[in-house]
Design a protein around this ligand. Structure first.
Ligand code: NAD
Length: 250
């Protein structure tokens, strides 16, 4: 049931980290994948790697916090591969580290725009395309911080809680239309997002937060994402699924 032959997938933030792993795993199982990312060069490099392994993919530039760009990117997927079956709304940023009282309005709006409003914009156009196609599956990349709090991350925590809420709301509204909507909650994953912003002593602290004693890998998040996108998950919708090395069990 994890054969995605004939399926068309749209993955935002598909040029790096978790999104890139999702793109590669989907393409390896036969999906035609649109890699939508702010960084077109990096998206094209992901597409080249997919093609070198015999897969099918296409790159499109998008800033997911801009409505008109999101509309065009989803349309690009439909124009390029003829329809839309699967979407992974994964693009995101960490944002500045500061307490709520010190968080600037500018930083707040940036994180909410890129990590939450983007998911609404994307779903609006993805759902329209999927309705024309008789159904589909959407996975929203939330975080362990979609239900847990965390120090000095008020905007990120709020955005990810919002993503979990939007997932539930849309899943109920479109269940009878054959569109399943789920959210994934990764613990801390070894990706460029984490690496670039995080000093090494902090990384050691983050490892220790996971009972398994290590950070997660992008492929481990992609494996859960693919299951949720697959027909094996046909009775799963509106739910939030952790892949967190035991983080939330504590
Ligand atoms: P990453 O930085 O490796 O990749 C994110 C990708 O999104 C990049 O290619 C980047 O160019 C793209 N992007 C950023 N802003 C964009 C925008 N405005 N429009 C389009 N593309 C944009 O990050 P990652 O760690 O793979 O994170 C992917 C998702 O997983 C994010 O939503 C993140 O919040 C979530 N997540 C990550 C972790 C972690 O520890 N790494 C944990 C939980 C959740």
């Amino acid at each position: 049931s994890q054969d995605f032959s004939g399926k068309v997938a749209f993955v935002t933030g598909g040029a790096s980290g978790i999104g890139e792993a999702v793109v590669k795993q989907l393409a390896a199982r036969g999906a035609k994948v649109v890699v939508a990312d702010l960084k077109l060069d990096a998206a094209q490099a992901t597409v080249d790697a997919v093609k070198a392994s015999g897969g099918e993919a296409a790159a499109v530039a998008v800033d997911v916090s801009k409505i008109d760009q999101v509309e065009k990117a989803v349309q690009f997927a439909v124009d390029t591969f003829g329809k839309l079956d699967l979407a992974v709304n994964n693009a995101g940023i960490g944002g500045k580290a500061a307490k709520a009282g010190d968080y600037t309005f500018e930083d707040w709006h940036k994180v909410i725009d890129v990590n939450l409003n983007s998911v609404f914009y994307s779903m609006k156009y993805e759902i329209a395309a999927m309705l024309k196609n008789g159904g589909g599956a959407i996975v929203n990349m939330a975080s362990i911080l979609g239900t847990n709090g965390f120090a000095s991350a008020p905007a990120y925590v709020s955005a990810k809680h919002g993503v979990v809420g939007l997932t539930k709301a849309a899943a109920i509204d479109y269940a009878k239309d054959g569109i399943r909507v789920t959210a994934v909650g990764p613990g801390f994953i070894e990706t460029p997002l984490l690496g670039s912003a995080t000093p090494s002593e902090t990384l050691n602290g983050l490892r220790a937060l996971h009972p398994v004693g290590r950070l997660g890998q992008s492929d481990e998040v992609a494996a859960l994402t693919l299951f949720l996108l697959s027909d094996a998950a046909s009775f799963i919708t509106g739910s939030y699924h952790l892949v967190d090395g035991g983080y939330a069990a504590q």
